[in-house]
Design a binder for this molecule. Structure first.
Ligand code: NDP
Ligand code: OXD
Length: 318
């Protein structure tokens, strides 16, 4: 078998072994390396990364593209100084479907009063809430109406919810009402009873889920105060402001999958707040067996001269 260019695998924060195994299986004709063999390793064609080790991407003279093993790419840009090669992100049914499961689960949990009934069960209280609205009377606003937001929105609509979306660029011809830009955000927030955040973390979105945003949210709706669900990135949110908004009832309840600092520190008051649901950045796991084969296919296609798909816009940061 003719050998092709090497793949650099650079992962921090977890054991890369399952990614190495999947790469070895999908690309038996490429060596998988976790360290360049020197600062100017000419044998590396592609890099597959999650929070790559600092400096590891620089000085690879033949690097053709960087592949993120997540949909988000803020972890790549965090390094600052980056080689000027295309960056490819994950767009895959497996990841999208996992995220939609999480979003539907959390929306339904808030809609059907999961927190209330779990608390009542713990106290052996039998009391049906008389405040159960129909899904058709509840508007779910999706902040970040992109690949993940669209699929989650479609599934929520199938359950009967009204769905609206907010994005950076204006959309036309959508099946739902969509809004864009800062003015659009006011209109969006005036309608949304449940806000689901699936934004990427960029300089423009950093810290958006903070006091000024909560002040612009609808005061009351069919579920009482509005609900926030964030599965985008922790850097989008100000956790002190979320706690203050819960106390002042600007927010009725929140579900957070991502945090300013991960793992969430043990002393964070979010852990024990009765109106906070926490998951450990588990909304949509990247599964190597689903994501690596199409990634390797893209590398082979690119070597044949075909264009790369799912490219990141470096100026926009996602
Ligand atoms: P997409 O790029 O497909 O969609 C991003 C959406 O956000 C687009 O609609 C985009 O607008 C919008 N957007 C970006 N910047 C702004 C802005 N400044 N103002 C308004 N809207 C903005 O990304 P995905 O849907 O694939 O993924 C979204 C994010 O989900 C990832 O970046 C990642 O952070 C997170 N994620 C979290 C996971 C988890 O397990 N918690 C798993 C996977 C992803 P436009 O349509 O105009 O481009
Ligand atoms: C992603 C993630 O960006 O898992 O895919 O957070």
């Amino acid at each position: 078998m003719a050998q092709k260019g090497k793949i650099l695998l650079s992962v921090t924060g977890f054991d890369p072994a399952i990614w190495r195994t999947a790469l070895e299986k999908a690309a038996p004709d490429r060596a998988i390396v976790e360290e360049p063999s020197g600062p100017n390793d000419p044998g590396i064609d592609y890099a597959v990364v999650w929070k790559q080790r600092p400096g590891v991407l620089n000085g690879l003279p033949n690097l053709k593209a960087i592949f993120s093993i997540g949909a988000g790419v803020d972890h790549i840009f965090a390094e600052g100084d980056m080689p000027d090669v295309p960056i490819v992100r994950i767009v895959a049914d497996d990841l999208t479907e996992r995220m939609s499961e999480y979003v539907v689960w959390q929306v339904l949990d808030h809609h059907r009063k999961g927190m209330l009934y779990r608390d009542q069960q713990a106290r052996k209280v039998w009391n049906e809430s008389k405040m159960q609205p129909a899904a058709r009377d509840v508007t779910v606003g999706i902040l970040g109406y992109g690949n993940l937001g669209r699929d989650a929105g479609r599934k929520l609509r199938a359950l009967g919810f009204k769905v609206i979306g907010w994005s950076r660029t204006a959309k036309t011809g959508e099946a739902i009402d969509t809004f864009a830009g800062d003015n659009g955000l006011n209109q969006f927030l005036a309608l949304a009873d449940i806000v689901v955040c699936l934004l990427p973390l960029t300089p423009a979105t950093h810290g958006i889920l903070a006091a000024p945003f909560f002040a612009r949210m609808k005061a009351r709706g069919p579920l009482g105060a509005p609900i926030l669900i964030n599965a985008g990135r922790g850097g989008l949110q100000n956790e002190a402001d979320i706690l203050a908004a819960l106390e002042s009832r600007k927010l009725g309840a929140v579900s957070l999958d991502v945090f300013e600092s991960e793992p969430l520190p043990g002393d964070s008051p979010l852990w024990t707040h009765p109106r906070v649901t926490i998951t450990p950045h588990a909304a949509a796991a990247s599964m190597p067996e689903a994501l690596i084969p199409p990634m390797v296919e893209q590398m082979d296609a690119h070597d044949r001269g075909e264009p790369l798909k799912n490219l990141v816009d470096r100026d926009a940061g996602y």
